[in-house]
Design a protein around this ligand. Structure first.
Ligand code: FUC
Length: 789
């Protein structure tokens, strides 16, 4: 097996100059703040770009002085009235009244919801006629996060390189050739907002305000030719006969995630400084710091699924896969691409990765390019910890923390649960749709709009930050307060339902499936998980003993899981057989199975629920939107059925992937990329039940391979090697010196040594499970040699 090979997406033709070309073929680069998509054209190269904070909507003293997070006032007593009707068995009236439990209409960004905007395009007019171009290659190298275009034209070899540096916060582009004085082009920039582009010596500048909310935005493109001449002409910079050209671009806005105005300072000074600093550094140094930064995260994980070296263009590889030719290299590439995309769209200091990550060529993107909290944003972060990129999840933690203030106003307006002077952190609410201006009101259509489980759900991602890193300080200062406040909310929000004998979320809706009812599995399960996790967190920190006993009580009283007459996990408490409720049995959302993944309630500890989850999954079927197949992949991995998980992986690649390997819902939506990466990790390693489960859902097709650098909860970094379908070796690096527990068939017969070759004393804690003490940074090798492998 070859130890290492280049991970790249590559093509023999450019992307078409159209939205379809953008969506299917352009290649994304980014640093969390700035995103770019490279078309790779030879006549007129196009690089479309975004800055993540450029959003319409939100508050604006002139246009929207009464912006109020989507809240419709006067609904404070509605919930109590609905609950009273339910209690008096007036179900019909209760349901009718529930339809009023909605927020302002956000369709097309209305009522200040706004939408993520396209910033603009850069055009580089080379006038290299495509018909004369030879040996054309357009690629995105995942090992360097550099996109490039190379070709031969009239006997000269041209090379163009593009990356976005996180440390310097600039997009860097360099055009060169194998012959001096060969770079001749015009450079122009176009604002997607219709702003004027001015020229100042060697720079093109966009500086304006959005008409919708007066947000100030600015972008600078600076051209630094090496040799040749440069002049400006009709809004363009004309470069002739240069040896090479370096182009730097950076952008910003005066958005700040600060409640309630969401504005900070004029971005001008910071932009000018960044451009100046970057030009002083020069190409080589910029590249050096970019590579050091990027590789530090990306190179932590290696995956090989036993494939041979593969040098076929990515679109051709994908086409073959779609027609039934499985290819483990492509499966690996897609796994690593998910990691690449998260590094490119979510870095500390930036807003989190949105529905399209950071790449958007439209001012009216699908679903406003927003943050969806009824699966999508959670999914974006599923691979962050398990594939060794915990720092990429910091934007999510900080963002959700920032939603507590507006979320309290929404909670008060719709549930009457108010913060007081004595108790300022008394509960916040997050609902399915959200913009970066604190929109936390319910959605405008009840079939999906009311889903208070959104906050507990995303808190699973946030609690996992601690579980993977064991960063106790962060748990104490940031994570636990968020969990505690949400638990306080649910303490006050749940009501006793006599009929079912449960503390229940009433009214309750299974996201996007509808059916106004009482205590759907979705919200009961999320409440269960929230209490369970908050209890654990409070025990770790040794705080809030009094609250803890109340949470324990509630955890026992929410009783989320019920098996229906067909042996399925019920989606609604009222459900009898599959399909007995008004629902789409093939629906993309599988919200009643969250206890299996990402939660840990459905496990081998009660195998009847695992079996019931399989019945539900089989009934839902495999074919679905990209992200939904990705979710199913993770779910099947958790059942331990690697071959079913692999079926989903196949369906996902066949039906959910575009030529540039972006996931499609359709349209392009990035969450599926992330659930794929998470799914592969879940097939190889699981750690949600207090121990490490090695190769828990490895399909037969992955007969040999290795993975390095996956992370398990407890902060263990893990390598696995296997051949002929069975593990040969595990390497465990204990980052925090915790006690280690691991499960694998006949692991009790394995030989365990530390780095110096000393035998490690282990304890047998089950038929296929061992545990042993570790020291901080200690390395442990678990070998199966000579154990009848
Ligand atoms: C949820 C999904 C849709 C889509 C949207 C952005 O509402 O049900 O399929 O992914 O988010």
């Amino acid at each position: 097996m070859k130890k290492y090979e280049k991970l790249r997406l590559w093509y023999k033709s450019p992307a078409e100059q159209s939205h379809t070309g953008w969506e299917n073929n352009s290649l994304p680069i980014g640093n969390g703040y700035i995103g770019g998509t490279v078309f790779g054209r030879t006549d007129i190269e196009r690089v479309q770009f975004n800055e993540k904070t450029l959003w319409t909507g939100g508050p604006d003293p002139q246009n929207r002085p009464h912006y109020h997070y989507g809240i419709i006032e006067g609904k404070e007593t509605l919930l109590a009235e609905i609950r009273d009707l339910f209690a008096r068995k007036k179900e019909h009236e209760a349901k009718v009244l529930t339809e009023q439990l909605i927020g302002e209409n956000a369709d097309n960004g209305g009522n200040g919801f706004g939408g993520f905007q396209n910033f603009g395009d850069m055009y580089f007019e080379f006038a290299h006629n495509p018909s004369g171009v030879e040996e054309y290659v357009r690629e995105l190298d995942l090992d360097t996060a550099i996109a490039s275009v190379s070709y031969r034209y009239e006997g000269i070899r041209y090379l163009r390189e593009y990356f976005v540096s996180y440390p310097d916060n600039v997009m860097v582009m360099r055009f060169s050739a194998d012959k001096s004085k060969s770079i001749t082009l015009n450079v122009c920039m176009v604002s997607a907002q219709g702003a004027h582009v001015s020229i100042e010596e060697d720079a093109l500048i966009i500086r304006d305000r959005l008409t919708d909310n007066h947000m100030q935005y600015e972008a600078w493109l600076k051209v630094i030719p090496d040799g040749g001449t440069m002049k400006s002409l009709k809004g363009k910079l004309e470069i002739s006969d240069a040896d090479s050209v370096l182009i730097l671009m950076t952008a910003g806005t005066d958005y700040a995630n600060i409640f309630p105005d969401y504005r900070g300072i004029d971005p001008h000074d910071a932009i000018v400084e960044r451009i100046q600093e970057a030009s002083k550094k020069g190409y080589e140094k910029l590249k050096e710091s970019h590579l050091a930064d990027y590789r530090n995260i990306f190179s932590r994980v290696e995956l090989n699924l036993g494939h041979e070296h593969n040098d076929i263009p990515t679109d051709i590889l994908l086409k073959a896969y779609k027609s039934g030719e499985r290819n483990h290299y492509l499966e690996t590439l897609l796994f690593q691409y998910g990691r690449y995309l998260l590094i490119a769209s979510s870095r500390k200091g930036s807003l989190p990765s949105n529905l399209q990550g950071i790449w958007n060529d439209s001012n009216t993107p699908p679903w406003n390019g927003d943050y969806h909290f009824d699966v999508n944003i959670q999914m974006n972060y599923w691979p962050a910890y398990s594939t060794n990129m915990a720092e990429c999840a910091i934007p999510l933690v900080e963002y959700v923390d920032s939603l507590r203030e507006p979320g309290r106003i929404s909670a008060a307006a719709y549930t009457g649960i108010k913060s007081t002077k004595e108790n300022p952190e008394n509960g916040y609410m997050i609902q399915p749709i959200n913009n970066p201006f604190g929109w936390t009101a319910p959605g405008h259509d009840i079939s999906w709009g009311w889903a208070p489980g959104c906050a507990p759900w995303v808190l699973q991602n946030i609690w996992d930050y601690y579980r993977y890193t064991l960063d106790r300080e962060y748990l104490k200062s940031t994570i636990y307060p968020m969990m505690k406040e949400q638990s306080r909310f649910w303490q006050q929000y749940l009501v006793y339902d006599e009929e079912s004998g449960r503390m229940a979320d009433i009214p309750s809706i299974s996201p996007e499936q509808g059916n106004i009812s009482k205590g759907t599995t979705y919200s009961q399960e999320l409440a269960w998980q929230l209490f369970s996790d908050t209890i654990d967190a409070s025990e770790i920190l040794d705080v809030d003993e009094d609250l803890r006993s109340e949470w324990k009580n509630l955890k026992d009283m929410v009783k989320p899981l019920h098996i229906g007459n067909d042996g399925q996990i019920k989606e609604w408490y009222e459900e009898t057989t599959l399909g007995s409720m008004d629902c789409d049995r093939k629906h993309r959302h599988v919200s009643h199975l969250l206890g299996l993944f990402p939660g840990n309630h459905i496990s081998d500890a009660a195998p009847e629920y695992v079996e019931a989850a399989k019945v539900s999954l089989n009934d839902r079927g495999d074919e679905n939107t990209g992200w939904a197949m990705g979710h199913r992949m993770n779910l099947w991995a958790r059942t331990g059925d690697g071959n079913r998980a692999y079926d989903l992986l196949n369906s996902f690649i066949k039906n959910g992937i575009l030529d540039n390997l972006w996931d499609t819902c359709p349209p392009f939506q990035i969450d599926g990329n992330f659930s794929y990466t998470s799914g592969v990790a879940e097939m190889l390693l699981q750690s949600h039940l207090g121990y490490v489960n090695f190769l828990p859902a490895k399909p037969d097709d992955w007969d040999k391979g290795y993975v390095k650098g996956l992370v398990a909860r407890g902060n263990f970094v893990i390598d696995i090697e296997w051949s002929q379908g069975r593990a040969d070796k595990f390497v465990v690096v204990s980052k925090q010196g915790e006690k280690f527990a691991g499960k694998y068939k006949r692991i009790t017969e394995a030989r365990i040594q530390n780095e110096s070759g000393d035998e490690i004393k282990t304890e047998r804690v089950g038929s296929d499970m061992i545990s042993f003490d570790t020291v901080k940074e200690g390395k442990y090798i678990i070998k199966f040699e000579g154990t009848g492998n």
